[in-house]
Design a protein around this ligand. Structure first.
Ligand code: CUA
Length: 358
């Protein structure tokens, strides 16, 4: 009975693991489904190390089983002691040299890839016309949201990182408060956002792989930074260069949109009275930086990085922000601060903040 129970316990643990781990491995989220040059090299390194380690495990296991069987105490030979090999120079050399060779085999490709992926000398290079050769994005992490500044293009956005496919994009990572870490599992990384220095690296998205993921990848904060660390998500929209150029143009030309309904017009007033001191609705560089830029809010994938993008969730977020992201610095707007009617109007207005498909 007891043994049967124990067996069932193992089976149920395995079934549970299978259930939760089957959520991993999606194209938009998994480091095991690399979608670009950097992630592919890192994936190859993981697989190569795994192969070497598997080989070691197999060899050791085979020797272990052989020794167990070969040197078992047999009937009639109870007192026989096999030849003792303690202090054998030959054996000592073998099990010292083989691991050294394995470490060298592991370290050569690892060091080579580390140095080639750490090469950010292309940042700041100009072509013959004096234009930057590569796209650079300054990523500033905040409790608990992400700001993306394109210094050479003069635009700022937040929460949804937009990048072109099939070229290297260089990132300069920093933080406005505590340590965070910038991680887009299918694209590679991760790397820390520190308040005291700027870390640099590059990523690359394959257009074909981007299409498989419907052009949206998930990004995460990978450094425990506070009570809402686990909710510090962002999205990556990867698109061909010409579409990206169009997006940049639309962002640069974005003007505060004219509200299309009376409700949205009322919402604009609420926004100008309550929100605009922290939230910018212009993508230009000199916008305030202590809250997410909302220029293209209506085109975001999620509300606050985690909630479905609809008016209902938007209103929930404004009313009860602490419920969804504990410890986040945005004040909650309870009924005494903003009436139901004003909240409806505000949501209607925010949902019209678009730079494309107007
Ligand atoms: Cu930011 Cu964890």
């Amino acid at each position: 009975m007891k043994q049967w129970l124990r067996k069932m316990r193992i089976v149920s643990v395995l079934a549970f693991l299978a259930l939760i781990l089957s959520g991993c491995g999606e194209n938009y989220l998994s480091a095991l489904k690399p979608a670009g040059e950097v992630a592919e090299q890192q994936y190859d390194l993981i697989m190569f190390s795994l192969a070497v380690m598997t080989l070691v495990i197999v060899v050791v296991t085979v020797i272990f089983i052989y020794v167990m069987i070969r040197f078992r105490r047999k009937k009639g030979e109870e007192n026989k002691i096999p030849k003792q090999v303690e202090g054998s120079h030959k054996l000592e050399l073998v099990w010292t040299i083989i691991p050294i060779i394995l470490v060298i085999i592991l370290s050569v490709p690892t060091v080579a890839v580390t140095f080639s992926q750490g090469d950010v000398s292309a940042i700041g290079k100009k072509d013959a016309d004096g234009n930057p050769e590569n796209l650079v994005v300054n990523v500033r992490a905040h409790l608990y949201w992400w700001e993306f500044e394109y210094p050479d293009l003069g635009i700022v956005t937040s929460q949804d990182l937009v990048i072109p496919t099939d070229e290297r994009v260089y990132f300069q990572l920093s933080s406005a408060d505590v340590k965070h870490s910038f991680w887009i599992p299918p694209l590679g990384g991760k790397m820390d956002n520190n308040p005291e220095n700027i870390n640099k690296f590059f990523l690359h998205v394959d257009q074909e792989k981007a299409e498989e993921a419907n052009n949206v990848f998930y990004g995460k904060c990978a450094e425990l930074c506070g009570p809402s660390h686990a909710f510090m998500d962002f999205k990556v929209k990867a698109m061909p260069r010409d579409e990206f150029d169009q997006w940049v143009l639309d962002m640069k030309n974005a003007e505060a949109p004219e509200p299309t309904t009376d409700l949205a017009r009322q919402g604009e007033e609420v926004f100008n009275n309550s929100c605009i001191t922290c939230h910018a609705i212009s993508a230009s560089n000199d916008a305030p930086l202590f809250a997410p830029n909302l220029t293209n809010f209506a085109e975001r994938e999620k509300i606050a990085g985690i909630l479905d993008h609809n008016e209902e969730e938007l209103k929930n977020w404004i009313r009860d922000g602490q419920k969804y992201k504990p410890g986040n610095p945005m004040p909650e707007f309870k009924k005494d601060a903003i009436s139901d009617e004003d909240l409806d109007a505000l949501a209607a207005y925010l949902m019209e903040l678009k730079v494309q498909d107007k």
